[in-house]
Design a binder for this molecule. Structure first.
Ligand code: ADP
Ligand code: MG
Length: 773
């Protein structure tokens, strides 16, 4: 059976053959079989022939000269590939402004423009940047009998026998594709409209592009294929764009093809030096190669160029902002660490090595004359707070104020109390500032901060109000930093002149992501739990078994434990059949926990009420706390040993991990129960995975795979750009390459002036915020 042999496939094989005789044989056997539309370009076929001669003539050479020739082959293959990258869109007519609405373009008009808008395409520039989601390689139309399962293929044949059926909730349209001898079934799921499209294609010769799958009876089928009449189209690689209703594939292809020449509006900002070093295409080749590549190698190199460019600019923005910070300089803080060593002596436990290392790194930063920009990452319960307290003590000893910002008032109150207890013994004056703090009290605190009569302030967003001023703020600590926007962090930092910044998080981020998100933030990791902690045992239980879970709570309480029961909602909802904290509190108190002290806590209560309840819970006066996710982050009550999360399917994995981290903070065995109703298999799988591990890192990787980086991080919050081409998870090689080059550029500013100005311009707003992470 005949499969066209493309030049690029041919070269790929050539590249792998290391033995000269084998290579000669390969050329002799396969050269004639090369069947590639590129051969129509005279230059290509001429060079191909030369290549053939070069190889085959080796037969007549001696050993030494053969070896010499063999050494040149990789270079020749490379040059050959590059040769067919030269294709460019023709520059033609008058260029359209990049910000012109697409509705003025040839073949678009107001109606189509409206539909394109749904794809995010408003302007000429958007259109040029609307890249294909896939490619259909029509140079290589596969004959029916050689199709294999799970391969994405282009094949062709004549359509017949369209049929529509309903089967277990699915509506399936099917058609038969036949090449005269063989047949294959095409199937579309839940795409009823395709029926009508197919009717117009009956008995016509079509291209079919899709994924080959095994059908019910073991025969091969193609699922949800794209289909198009074979007109006078030539053998090309066709782009496959994401569509929206009312815009067909061939329409968007045509619109882009006809307007592609407008890429000549773009300026190529990448310096030749980098292009040479990294073998990057120019911007015109790259845009052409994304939309209408002449080979898949062309596409690959085009994608590489554009992804590299996006990543380079971001990394450059990071380095520029870091450099700017360093130029401003910081204060080299002077302290001996008397107070911090005193506190360490008085603690009932010893720091773990990981905590000690992190603290050492922070101390170095405080002493250095560059401003600290450090991220402290450590799983839930790993003991980040105490590390930040040590830094606060050192900062105080050096003569500066500290501000600690946390996302919720419950957490602020808790941390305030902890810090008050640990710090006031050294005469340090600590205050608490919340949104709900009375005006008189607020004013008093603000006055004292301004006069330098307070040394440490712990608070929520209230800290970043305009009228909060410090006498000499030297250290900013931001806990649970993922809960803050970039801007909020920056605002707090701006309240001092040359502050050191420590941001803390329990959300571990895979390295590739952290390079893109945190750029040049220095990272300290606490990868060790305090001694004696036992892994939390987690179970997924069906709601019908809930009585047993409640009984278990009672037995734990009888043994001196305490419990959280968490609900997704405060009140019952008409729309969702989900349990809520208020009504379950009633029910539990009356039916199950009559003789046990329970309490309700949720976000609508006043800070005062919440504080009173948390206080009683922390002292063991309340045994069971019925709550919403207000207790999600930071809460630290080590006697609590059980947490039940009801309707667990309503929570994300990161959230569940934080919630579960409320227990297992002491030496006793702790338990986490996730209760669910009737949920989908995927949900159950996700929860079972969660139950199988306590490792926050594994959970976050799983979560990342499930949700993709945008949702995982909350892209906007991190000030991370939405890349058009680059993939911040899989492009790690490009990220490392671009970082190296960005560093080089920043160290040679004179040479790269234009580029730097350009990056500063596109990241204008972000640059101000980037360095904060
Ligand atoms: P997180 O990292 O989640 O913010 P915390 O700082 O709240 O964790 O610490 C969790 C608990 O562990 C607290 O009760 C804290 O006092 C305790 N802790 C911290 N470090 C240690 C240690 N080295 N050994 C034992 N307990 C510790
Ligand atoms: Mg914490």
């Amino acid at each position: 059976m005949y499969i066209p042999l493309l030049i690029e496939d041919f070269l790929e094989k050539v590249e792998r053959i290391k033995d000269s005789f084998e290579l000669i044989e390969f050329f002799e056997e396969n050269f004639e079989k090369i069947d590639d539309p590129l051969k129509n370009i005279p230059e290509v076929s001429k060079r191909l022939q030369e290549f053939y001669d070069y190889i085959v003539k080796m037969k007549h050479l001696n050993r030494e000269r053969i070896e010499k020739r063999m050494k040149f082959i990789p270079g020749m293959v490379k040059r050959f590939r590059d040769m067919y990258l030269v294709y460019k869109a023709e520059k033609q007519g008058n260029l359209k402004e990049l910000d012109l609405s697409v509705k003025y373009l040839k073949g678009v008009g107001p109606k189509r423009a409206e539909k394109l808008m749904k794809l995010g395409v408003k302007t000429v520039e958007d259109l040029l940047n609307y890249f294909p989601r896939d490619y259909e390689d029509r140079r290589k139309v596969m004959p029916l009998p050689i199709l294999k399962e799970d391969e994405k293929v282009v094949t062709s044949g004549v359509l017949s026998a369209v049929e529509k059926i309903k089967k277990s909730g699915l509506s399936i349209v099917s058609a038969v594709l036949s090449d005269g001898m063989y047949q294959i079934l095409l199937k579309w799921f839940n795409q009823d409209y395709i029926g009508n499209v197919l009717k117009t294609l009956m008995r016509k010769k079509v291209y079919v592009f899709g994924l080959v799958k095994k059908g019910f009876y073991g025969t091969l089928e193609i699922h949800n294929p794209e289909i198009e009449v074979i007109g006078n189209s030539s053998r090309e690689i066709m782009p496959v764009y994401s569509l929206t209703e009312g815009i067909k594939q061939n329409v968007i292809r045509r619109i882009i093809k006809e307007n592609l020449y407008n890429i000549y509006n773009f300026k190529d900002y990448l310096p030749d030096e980098l292009k040479g070093k990294r073998r990057l295409l120019d911007v015109y080749q790259a845009y052409t190669g994304m939309h209408f590549p002449l080979s898949m190698y062309h596409q690959k190199m085009s994608r590489f160029r554009l992804a590299y460019e996006e990543i380079l600019y971001l990394q450059l923005a990071f380095f520029l902002s870091k450099k700017e910070n360093e130029n401003i300089g910081g204060i080299s803080k002077n302290f001996e660490g008397k107070l911090s060593s005193e506190l360490l002596k008085q603690l009932p436990f010893k720091l773990t090595n990981a905590q000690l290392n992190a603290y050492e790194e922070i101390k170095k930063d405080l002493k250095s004359d560059k401003p600290m920009n450090r991220l402290l990452q450590g799983d839930v319960g790993s003991g980040k707070t105490i590390v930040s307290e040590l830094a606060i003590l050192d900062n105080y000893e050096a003569g500066f104020q500290s501000a600690v910002m946390v996302p919720t008032s419950i957490l602020a109150i808790q941390n305030f109390k902890k810090m008050f207890e640990h710090l006031s013994r050294f005469g340090i004056r600590v205050a608490l500032l919340l949104g709900a703090t009375s005006t008189t009290e607020k004013n008093r605190i603000k006055q004292m901060l301004k006069n330098g009569d307070l040394d440490v302030v712990v608070g929520t967003h209230a800290l970043i109000q305009e009228d909060v001023h410090f006498k000499n703020l030297g250290l900013v600590v931001i806990d649970e930093q993922h809960r803050f926007g970039v801007r909020q962090r920056k605002e707090l930092i701006a309240k001092g002149k040359l502050v050191d910044t420590l941001v803390m998080t329990a959300t571990p981020i895979p390295r590739t992501l952290s390079l893109s998100v945190y750029g040049d933030l220095d990272v300290s990791i606490i990868d060790e739990m305090p001694k004696g902690r036992k892994p939390i045992k987690t179970f997924v239980v069906h709601q019908t078994k809930i009585d047993e879970v409640y009984k278990f709570i009672i037995s734990e309480v009888e043994n001196g434990g305490q419990a959280y029961i968490v609900y997704p909602l405060i009140d019952d909802s008409e729309k969702l059949s989900v349990k809520s904290a208020v009504s379950m509190h009633e029910k539990l108190r009356e039916e199950y926990f009559k003789d046990i002290s329970t309490a309700l806590i949720h976000g609508r209560m006043s800070d005062f009420e919440k504080d009173e309840i948390m206080y009683k819970f922390s002292r063991g006066e309340i045994k069971i706390l019925i709550s919403t996710s207000v207790i999600e982050v930071g809460i630290d009550v080590p006697q609590a040993t059980v947490i039940v999360i009801e309707n667990a399917e309503r929570f994300g994995l990161a959230q569940l991990h934080q919630l579960r981290g409320r227990v297992g903070r002491g030496n006793k065995q702790s338990y986490c129960y996730l209760t669910v109703g009737n949920v989908s298999r995927e949900t159950l799988e996700r929860l079972n995975f969660f139950a199988s591990t306590n490792d926050g890192f594994k959970i976050s990787e799983y979560d990342l795979k499930l949700r993709g980086p945008g949702e995982f991080l909350g892209v906007k919050q991190h000030g991370l750009p939405e890349f058009k081409v680059a993939d911040i998870i899989n492009d790690i090689d490009i990220i490392l390459m671009a970082r190296e080059d960005a560093k080089y550029i920043v160290n040679n500013i004179e040479k790269f002036k234009t580029l730097i100005e350009y990056v500063k311009d596109i990241y204008k707003e972000r640059l101000e915020f980037l360095d904060v992470g």
